[in-house]
Ligand binder design. Structure first.
Ligand code: HEM
Length: 443
């Protein structure tokens, strides 16, 4: 037993270094050496990690009381009412509200809006020079969140959000996340004061938009903000206060756009470099006519969907999902104490040859007519924390892929796969991802 768990790495420093250096290979190597589950480290906290089916089932099916908020106190940064900092009943109650809007809400208007945004963005991409795709896709994804989640239509308003959010990103160093001691106001130039100023600027934009959404006539808007503002308790009171909506929107923006952009970059990379994939995609898309039902028809195309899912399998953007035990848990024959961190590794599960033969190969056909189980394929996590933006993300990845596949003269300038590197908790392609080259338009 190591650190109260199964065998594994003894040195936290070496484990972190190994993982950061080789996010895709390190845990696979540890599993070969120690078995599954094995012990490793997240920062200085011991973590038991697994990619084994029955252990994953246990983790995702655990009851509400099994987990406590993960030991990094993020409420000061994300907001007291932000979904990731809540646990238990409070988490469940807010999740129900958000799911009602994001997962179960009316999707009919979203598809055409995503298609329109994707076409408008791609039309502005540079031509005749090789450029990294991921920053362009991040811009596109930000525009989608602005329109669909925030209900922002005016370009200058979206630009104000973009600038304020970028400043907040620059002020949210990993030091503030991991070292609570730094979260103190030590004067004008201290990191915490600068973080708070940047956060307040984003808050001010959101608060103004919440007020506007509350004042809009019922049913006038379909965006997430308006729908959250319209949720009512049985007695007619607003179900969510302004602060809860504001914190939720902050989380949706940060959780939603970089993840989707990274996933789209991997999809582009694999579809453009795997023989036959793009040709089959273009043939499928060629049969979908333009018109008001185009987005809905595209979202019914099996090869398009298989390509998106296979990219999420082979390069999961979120490599693992971590929980903290509120009480002891029995995991694949190991008795783990309360307080222990446990992790479900998508990286390991998605590379299981018993479920996905030749797992290193990009083979969309494995998803045709097949539905994998929740512990076999989980790019969006699982259990009570399953990503509430999964449907929006999958719709966006597919519709953007359709637009890219139909863009004449779009090629990769370099077919070598970029390295996978950490951007925050996400695994994104290094150096802006695949470099694309769009041919000059003929005069
Ligand atoms: C390809 C894109 C995306 C990927 C791969 C992704 C993946 C994930 C994963 C793995 C989790 C953690 C689940 C767990 O712990 O079990 C998560 C949580 C979350 N995601 Fe996503 N996500 C994506 C897009 C989005 C979008 C578009 C939104 C919203 C607009 C969103 C909102 C959230 C939120 C709010 C949570 C926290 C859920 C909670 O704590 O209950 N995500 N996502």
């Amino acid at each position: 037993m190591t650190a109260g768990g199964p065998a594994g790495a003894r040195c936290w420093f070496a484990a972190n270094l190994g993982w950061l250096r080789d996010p895709a290979g390190y845990h696979a190597g540890q599993r070969r050496r120690f078995g599954d589950p094995f012990s490793t480290w997240l920062g200085r906290l011991p973590l038991v990690l697994t990619g084994r089916p029955e252990a994953l089932r246990t983790l995702f099916a655990a009851p509400l009381a099994a987990y406590a908020p993960v030991g990094v106190d993020m409420a000061a940064m994300l907001g007291e009412q932000a979904l990731p900092v809540l646990e238990g009943e409070a988490h469940l109650a807010l999740r129900r509200r958000i799911n009602a809007v994001l997962l179960e809400g009316e999707a009919a208007a979203a598809g055409p809006a995503i298609l329109a945004i994707a076409r408008a963005e791609v039309a502005t991409w540079p031509r005749g020079q090789a450029v990294p795709a991921e920053p362009l896709l991040r811009r596109l994804s930000f525009a989608v969140i602005m329109r669909l989640v925030f209900g922002v239509v005016a370009p200058e308003r979206a630009e104000a959000y973009r600038a304020a959010f970028a400043r907040l990103g620059r002020r949210s160093g990993i030091g503030l996340v991991l070292l609570p001691a730094l979260r103190r106001d030590l004067g004008r130039w201290s990191p915490w004061r600068r973080f708070l100023a940047a956060r307040d600027a984003v808050h001010a934009l959101i608060e103004a938009d919440v007020a506007e959404a509350r004042a809009a006539p019922p049913g006038a808007r379909f965006d997430t903000l308006a729908r959250l503002a319209a949720l009512r308790e049985p007695d007619g009171r607003a179900a969510l206060g302004d602060a809860a909506i504001r914190d939720t929107l902050m989380v949706l923006l940060s959780a939603g756009h970089e993840s989707t952009a990274a996933a789209m970059a991997w999809t582009l990379q694999h579809c453009w470099t795997t023989p036959g994939v793009l040709e089959r995609l273009r043939a499928e898309l060629g049969a979908v006519p333009a018109g008001p039902d185009e987005a809905a028809a595209l979202l019914r195309q099996p090869w398009l969907e298989a390509c998106a899912r296979e990219a999420l399998r082979i390069a999961p953007v979120a490599p693992m999902m971590v929980r903290q035990l509120a009480r002891p848990m029995s995991l694949a024959g190991h008795e783990l104490p309360a307080g222990m961190l446990v992790g479900a590794s998508a990286e390991l599960a998605h590379a299981d040859p018993a479920v996905f033969p030749a797992p290193d190969r990009f083979r969309p056909e494995r998803f045709l007519g097949a539905r994998f189980r929740a512990h076999e394929f989980f790019p969006f996590g699982g259990g009570r924390r399953l990503c509430p933006g999964a449907r929006l993300a999958l719709d966006e990845i597919r519709l953007v892929l359709a637009v890219l596949a139909r863009t004449p003269g779009l090629a990769l300038a370099d077919r070598r796969p970029p390295r996978r590197v950490f951007r925050g908790p996400l695994l994104a392609p290094a150096r802006g991802g695949p470099r694309i080259l769009l041919q000059e338009q003929e005069a």
